[in-house]
Design a protein around this ligand. Structure first.
Ligand SMILES: [Zn+2]
Length: 289
């Protein structure tokens, strides 16, 4: 999509308005967003110019190198940003963060629409996705796989033994040279870390502060105490629209995951394979009791 796509009448005429572009070259994103909300499409052109390269880079990462899909995702995200701002919504300042979230979502939707299977190696036995779409399942599995690879080696071994070899806590403990109770606890922590990591991969924060806030939102959603940081997180969420949007997205994804259950461990592993299975499995199955 080029700037013309969202309204030739209001777009093209301004694209050539270099005097305006020069005037706003040093204006903050937040101010430009306000100008778009107030009905000035020239400000959106400036936002576009500033952030389209970043959005493309992010989209290429999300679409596994497909230039056409990446361009679709960028167009959809940019159009979404424009419509949100014109509707009085959208980011108040963190435009890159907002766009990253939008691009990731758009890339997933684009992949689903095209019904193209994303190449995710070494992850057989996809979980049944609620809407029956295999591409959505692959997207989920890709997130789960990344989360799995982010675990410590000991936790990865524990998950592999649990899911691939269907070992119980005693056998996992023997293999790792730790007590059965420690193995059960290790498996519990590994599963929770996997779910938190899976959630975390659904958002792409713009900077370190936003990343820290998203980490705390994930921790909170997974039932870990973040009380000490509540004021700082609230304050950030109040001023950062991208993190608010990210938080909403994380809450939705988390609603589909088993909730944290104290004492959840392992006895006999039911069916399913590798990370995706562990992420999706209901809290009750595999409870040590
Ligand atoms: Zn933020």
């Amino acid at each position: 999509m080029h700037v013309e796509s969202f309204g030739a009448a209001e777009g093209v005429a301004y694209v050539e308005d270099f005097a305006y572009v020069k005037d706003v070259a040093y204006v903050e994103d937040a101010e430009l967003c306000e100008q778009v909300r107030a009905g000035d499409p020239r400000a959106f052109h400036v936002l576009w110019e500033r952030h389209v390269a970043m959005a493309r880079q992010c989209a290429i990462g999300c679409t596994r190198g497909s230039a056409a899909d990446a361009e679709d995702a960028v167009s959809e995200a940019m159009l979404g940003l424009f419509q949100a701002l014109r509707g009085g919504r959208g980011p108040v300042g963190n435009v890159p963060g907002y766009l990253r979230v939008s691009v990731r979502r758009a890339a997933a939707r684009t992949a689903a629409r095209r019904h193209r299977e994303l190449p995710v190696a070494e992850l057989p036995d996809l979980p049944a996705s609620e809407n029956g779409c295999r591409v959505t399942a692959y997207f989920d599995v890709a997130c789960a796989r990344e989360a799995f690879l982010g675990l410590s080696e000991q936790r990865r071994i524990a998950v592999r033994l649990l899911v691939l070899e269907e070992k119980g806590a005693g056998q996992i403990g023997e293999r790792l040279g730790i007590a059965s109770s420690a193995a059960s606890s290790l498996v519990y922590r590994a599963k929770e870390a996997l779910r938190a990591g899976y959630l975390r991969r659904h958002v792409s924060p713009a900077d370190a502060e936003c990343a820290d806030v998203m980490d705390r939102v994930v921790a909170s959603l997974r039932g870990r105490s973040v009380r000490r940081h509540t004021a700082a997180v609230s304050s950030h969420l109040h001023r950062c629209a991208a993190c608010r949007e990210g938080g909403r997205q994380l809450r939705d994804v988390n609603a589909g995951l088993p909730q944290r259950v104290r004492g959840e461990g392992v006895r006999a592993a039911p069916g399913g394979r590798v990370a995706a299975g562990v992420v999706r499995r209901t809290a009750g199955s595999g409870t040590a009791g």
